[in-house]
Design a protein around this ligand. Structure first.
Ligand SMILES: Nc1nc2c(c(=O)[nH]1)N[C@H]1C(S)=C(S)[C@@H](COP(=O)(O)OP(=O)(O)OC[C@H]3O[C@@H](n4cnc5c(N)ncnc54)[C@H](O)[C@@H]3O)O[C@H]1N2
Ligand code: MOO
Length: 419
């Protein structure tokens, strides 16, 4: 739709694009400043959310001296007279006399007064029923605090909750966790030329972003329901304003696709002006994806809302997603700014002058190398479907073969792209 050159006055007023790295820092900072509310969630329902407070142990871990074997908890030298039995879950009376023992199960509390635990397979019984054997030199029980002391910080606030964190929280005695709720996202697809079913042709293309972006957004931790995806929105300013207003009532982040330029039916900028939004970022010195933007306004509840304007060219939209939306979401979730891994370029990648070049690459993780893929035009999705992420070729540089470059990963799941 961006077929016409902008009028001279508009071109003169065009904002200067933000440097790519600066744009990322800026959206992360505004996201963090608007970090989502904290709620207590049952631990089993906290997967994918973010710790709002450090995870500290409520007790020593283990909380009591715990036998690590099945056998005999003994006091003093043998042979030992059996005075009882302690199973996991019980609290044994103390062993008060040398030469006495209790039968003990793995995981059971070692009685006070116990001096050693003898493995059952390394013990014998005399005809009188006394226990004999030689306990190993190294203790056969776990000391309280061996894993952590009560009150010790195990994970900082901002840690993403995953199954390992859930298990740890349970072992520390948590029933609920203070977490930041998931960001709520919505998607508005702009473009009258888009088909929502059937093959493209006769001047019309399939909407490739409406079906794909919600899935990408969920992988960044967003909630996006079917009714949160709307489009194609009619190519009129009132329709754009109305669609944005409706989406912003609920969503923390509204992504839009297309209409970021200043063509005859590109209405995003006027719609944002109409809604009184401020730009956090308005165009970024990156190729592809230059017209991307992030705007901020205040929702009906007084909380900040964001509009991420993703360019219409499908690969450019994904560049905007990984460049601006991912850091914004990290901030909103109270997480750290995503750290970019590095890889060695297996082939040269051209620079883009003063602009950053985000070049689709496939990673060979074992070798630590990044391999540029083919079919990477900004209107294409074929390269993306075989790539792991984008190599970052900084402004004023070219990607020499053998150089180490940052890589912006796509949020792929384990097993995807496995070759
Ligand atoms: N005069 C200029 N025109 C354009 C410039 C420029 O600098 N000066 N930049 C180009 C760049 S770069 C991009 S990227 C696009 C961005 O334009 P818009 O965000 O306004 O996007 P549209 O014009 O609406 O669409 C561009 C292109 O993408 C197709 N499209 C849009 N949405 C979808 C979708 N959901 N699924 C599949 N394909 C989609 C659309 O049909 C167009 O072909 O502007 C350039 N123009
Ligand atoms: O940068 Mo546009 O975003 O080339 O396709």
């Amino acid at each position: 739709m961006s077929t016409e050159t902008a009028p001279a006055a508009e071109r003169a007023a065009a904002p200067s694009p933000a440097a790519w790295a600066e744009a990322r820092s800026r959206v992360y900072a505004v996201g963090l400043a608007a970090a989502l509310p904290v709620t207590a969630r049952p631990i089993a329902e906290a997967d994918g959310l973010t710790l709002a407070e450090p995870l500290t142990t409520r007790t020593d871990l283990p909380a009591f001296p715990t036998s690590s074997v099945d056998g005999w908890a003994v006091r003093g030298a043998g042979p030992w007279r059996v005075v009882g039995r302690v199973l996991a879950g019980g609290t044994p009376p103390p062993l008060t006399e040398d030469g006495t023992t209790v039968e003990i199960a793995t995981g059971a509390m070692v009685p006070r007064g116990g001096t050693a635990v003898l493995r059952v397979e390394e013990s014998d019984r005399t005809p009188e029923g006394l226990v004999t054997g030689t306990p190993r030199a190294t203790p056969e029980w776990r000391e309280p605090g061996e894993e952590a002391y009560a009150g010790e910080e195990l994970l900082p606030a901002g840690t993403p909750v995953d199954p390992a964190v859930i298990g740890l929280a349970a072992s520390c005695g948590y029933d609920t966790l203070p977490v930041r709720r998931a960001p709520r996202a919505a998607l508005l697809v702009f473009g009258d030329e888009l088909l929502t079913a059937g093959p493209p042709g006769a001047g019309r293309v399939r909407d490739a972003l409406g079906p794909a972006l919600p899935a990408w957004l969920r992988r960044y931790g967003c909630e996006v329901g079917p009714s949160d995806v709307v489009g194609p929105v009619a190519d009129t300013l009132p329709a754009h304003v109305a669609a944005l207003r409706t989406a912003l009532a609920d969503a923390d982040v509204v992504c839009t696709t297309g209409g970021t330029m200043h063509g005859p039916v590109d209405h995003l900028h006027p719609a944002l002006a109409d809604l009184g939004a401020d730009y956090v970022v308005n165009t970024v010195a990156v190729r592809p994806g230059f017209p991307m933007l992030m705007a901020r306004l205040t929702g009906p509840d007084g909380r900040a809302r964001f509009v991420a304007g993703l360019p219409g060219n499908p690969q450019s939209a994904i560049v905007a997603l990984v460049s601006l939306v991912a850091p914004l979401l990290a901030g909103l979730q109270g997480r750290a700014m995503p750290v970019l891994p590095h890889a060695t370029l297996a082939e040269p990648v051209s620079g883009r002058g003063d602009y950053t070049h985000l070049a689709l690459v496939r990673l060979d993780r074992a070798a630590g190398t990044a391999h540029p893929v083919r079919h990477v035009g900004s209107a294409m999705l074929r390269g993306l479907a075989g790539a792991d992420g984008f190599a970052v070729i900084g402004p004023g540089t070219t990607g020499e073969q053998g150089s180490r470059v940052p890589v912006v990963p796509l949020p792929l799941l384990p097993g995807e792209r496995a070759s």
